[in-house]
Write a protein that binds this ligand. Structure first.
Ligand SMILES: C[S@@+](CC[C@H](N)C(=O)[O-])C[C@H]1O[C@@H](n2cnc3c(N)ncnc32)[C@H](O)[C@@H]1O
Length: 271
């Protein structure tokens, strides 16, 4: 097996099965079902009113954020290439008594599988590192957006993503831009939720993308950058040295030089 996307799909299918059990409570599935969990603070502060908007949630995973968007009044389609993730998302939607469409497919197939038009494309947390080519990503988004429609995007900052932790110290370890044909290879025995189930498909292929690669891809696809923010927090404990912030997110410890851990942006298609 050499196709990096297929290697990742097998890994995500297995993770999705583990995440659906949620024995560590990482995904707070009971709270998602009973509407006790809203969007994370960054998105909640920046997204604005999405009621009655047609939303495409790319890389929706098991649908937890998809349902949060539905509860904000949007008409939402979730897309993910993991059949297991989509199965769980559909089940969770039924259990929550909500309505959302889910499509199994790759991001680069979005414009064929979900022809839109959409008012908003929503992409957050742990997304573009799985995609080799952001030109393809940005064009897929631009194709499905209605004129005047927007992308909302939030994810890990490249200045954080290139770091690895060794003996409690952060070391820049990866180049900030990974060549399309030479993905980084990672092996993880377990998933990131704290569940200790050992996976069979432990290998992944990932790509670092620089801020300029992201911006150039979006601008090249005809989207105008309307908002860009850098944040000192992440929604998950990305490195062991990170400590919880007062609002349940994660930040660098006091005294550590600050650098952005995440960023968010809005980009708009021409009217
Ligand atoms: C970390 S999760 C993203 C979290 C998600 N945004 C959420 O709302 O919880 C990454 C997701 O990307 C999906 N994925 C990875 N590569 C993909 C691709 N090429 N096309 C579609 N989905 C992909 C995986 O199946 C996984 O569900």
């Amino acid at each position: 097996m050499t196709d990096p996307i297929e290697i990742n799909r097998r890994n995500w299918d297995e993770r999705a099965t583990i995440h659906a059990r949620d024995i560590t409570g990482f995904y707070a599935l009971d709270r998602v079902r009973s509407n006790e969990e809203g969007l994370r603070a960054i998105e909640a502060a920046e997204l604005g009113d999405i009621s009655h908007k047609r939303v495409l949630h790319l890389q929706c995973h098991i649908g937890t954020d998809t349902l949060r968007l539905v509860r904000l009044g949007a008409i939402v389609t979730g897309l993910d290439f993991s059949a297991e993730a989509i199965r769980t998302a559909r089940r969770l939607t039924d259990e929550a008594g909500l309505k959302a469409d889910f499509v199994e497919g790759r991001v680069d197939e979005a414009s064929q599988l979900t022809p839109g038009p959409f008012d908003l494309v929503y992409v957050t947390w742990g997304t573009i590192c799985w995609l080799p080519d952001l030109t393809v990503w940005a064009n897929a988004i631009a194709t499905v957006l209605a004129p005047g429609g927007e992308l909302y995007f939030a994810d890990a900052h490249p200045s954080f993503a290139i770091m690895e932790e060794r003996d409690g110290k952060l070391e820049p370890t990866h180049d900030f831009q990974t060549p399309v044909d030479r993905p980084l290879e990672f092996t993880n025995e377990t998933t990131y939720t704290g569940d200790q189930t050992v996976m069979i498909n432990q290998s992944t292929r990932e790509w670092m993308h620089s801020l300029s690669a992201i911006m150039e891809a979006l601008i090249g696809a005809g989207l105008a950058i309307k908002m860009f923010h850098e944040h000192e927090v992440l929604p998950w404990q990305g490195l062991r040295i990170m400590v919880p912030s007062s609002d349940g997110r994660w930040r660098l410890p006091d005294g550590h030089p600050r650098f952005p851990l995440s960023f968010s942006l809005k980009a708009q298609k021409e009217q």
